[in-house]
Design a protein around this ligand. Structure first.
Ligand code: F6P
Length: 413
């Protein structure tokens, strides 16, 4: 009897505002291409190994549900941060995974994630080749960090950048409103992006006709010199009453320590050996307050920046949907061991298309901001950087509002 044409999709790593738009793209395209069942792994490969999965047709009943899913933040299926062992270290895990895939008659395995998650696609597709399994393994890019190689940018980044830039504008206005006859004030904003400063740099988008933008921006690509930081801030305070500074959660001192470690942050370490970073802005605001005597405030955007689907960029939502669909198409046409990428076709008007690359060239690599896209002092981004990210925040994808709040699609178990 002919094997059924089933497909399974999972979500992995830190969520974004548009990761579910990719899931919607996978589901819709799989249905259009005649796949029978579209399974969703619950909590990525980790849940899959415990046989935690669902038939997505029990969750998505109409085009309206697809539209709701596209507007729902976080990982609809649940996510994980799980590193598969090397094949020679634990072959049993792989045998188990392929047994489940065979049982479910899976033809294509799609994984939506960042560079750590692409490690899973790499290992599973390598194993399939060595053992002669015929399932196809495809990666769909995702991360607010924008640190994946070979893709012009990553789904999730544009919406997070839009949120950061908007909030930065609003914070700058708020701070200015309170400076009359008051002492000077300093606000330090903390943005995610462990080793890559793309998202922190996005704060510069706040510099518009009606806003001066942040006064300084510190990315993890440049060694953080706290003395220079203090001097720059003091110089700014001579010129203005309200100083707003954006810092990446991942800025490091010359000795390799994260700034947040100075206040005891970064204790928790995940499966990929990444420290959880938080408290950088709080530490620096305290430091500046003590050194200058000014009123200081720290704002950690934390998970707000990756879950703010109410302010998602239309470009981002559409591209996330596109890459999900492109992965299904690629698998259906016989590709495996690859990740879909976004190619920038033109800047004006901005246009993009889906491309595809060998996942071995992407997994575990981090694309950081080139030094030439920062000013000489290393405390602001250049015009070129701004021109690159600016089209990615365009357009809105309005939430469906119910009683004044956005409605989301929630998994029914
Ligand atoms: O990988 C994306 C990311 O949002 C990073 O920018 C951040 O350092 C990390 O996830 C935080 O992850 P968690 O929510 O697991 O602490």
């Amino acid at each position: 009897m002919a094997k059924k044409r089933n497909i399974i999709v999972g979500q992995s790593g830190g969520p974004t505002a548009v990761i579910n738009s990719s899931l919607a793209g996978v589901y819709k395209t799989a249905k259009e291409r005649g796949f029978c069942k579209v399974y969703g792994m619950l909590h990525g490969i980790q849940g899959f190994m415990d046989e935690q999965y669902i038939d997505l047709s029990t969750q998505i009943h109409s085009d309206l549900d697809i539209e709701l899913l596209k507007r729902t933040p976080s990982a609809f299926l649940g996510s994980c941060r799980f590193k598969l062992p090397e094949i020679h270290e634990d072959a049993e895990i792989y045998e188990k995974i392929f047994q489940i895939l065979d049982k479910l008659e899976i033809e294509a395995f799609i994984y939506i994630g960042g560079n750590d998650s692409m490690d899973t696609i790499k290992k599973l597709s390598d194993y399939a080749i060595v053992k002669g399994h015929d399932q196809k393994f495809l990666g769909v890019p995702k991360t607010i960090d924008n640190d994946l190689a070979l893709t012009d940018h990553t789904p999730g980044f544009g919406s997070a950048a839009k949120y950061i830039a908007t909030s930065t504008k609003e914070i700058i206005r708020d701070a200015l409103g309170l400076t009359y006859n008051d002492k000077e004030a300093i606000t330090v904003l903390e943005v995610m992006g462990r080793n890559a400063g793309w998202l922190t740099g996005a704060a510069a988008l706040a510099r518009t006709e009606d806003c001066e933008g942040p006064d300084a921006i510190y990315l993890p690509e440049v060694v953080f010199d706290i003395d220079k930081f203090l001097k720059t801030t003091k110089d700014l305070l001579k010129k203005k009453e309200s100083v707003v500074i954006a810092v990446s959660e991942g800025i490091k001192l010359a000795d390799g320590r994260y700034v947040c470690e100075l206040s005891g942050g970064a204790d928790y370490v995940d499966a990929f050996g990444h420290k959880q970073l938080q408290g950088t802005a709080a530490y620096l605001a305290g430091f500046l307050g003590a050194e200058t005597g000014c009123k200081t405030r720290s704002i950690e955007f934390s998970t707000l920046q990756r879950s703010a689907s109410h302010m998602a960029s239309r470009v981002d939502v559409d591209e996330a949907f596109m890459v999900g669909g492109a992965a299904v198409k690629a698998a259906d046409e016989g590709d495996s061991g690859k990740m879909v990428v976004i190619d920038r076709v033109s800047d004006d008007p901005y246009q993009s298309a889906a491309g595809i690359y060998d996942v071995h060239r992407i997994a575990n690599h981090e694309k950081t901001v080139p030094r030439s896209w920062l000013n000489e002092e290393g405390n602001y981004v250049t015009e070129e950087f701004i021109n690159y990210i600016e089209p990615l925040i365009h357009g809105n994808y309005e939430p469906f509002m119910v009683n004044g709040l956005p409605r989301h699609l929630v998994l029914k178990k």
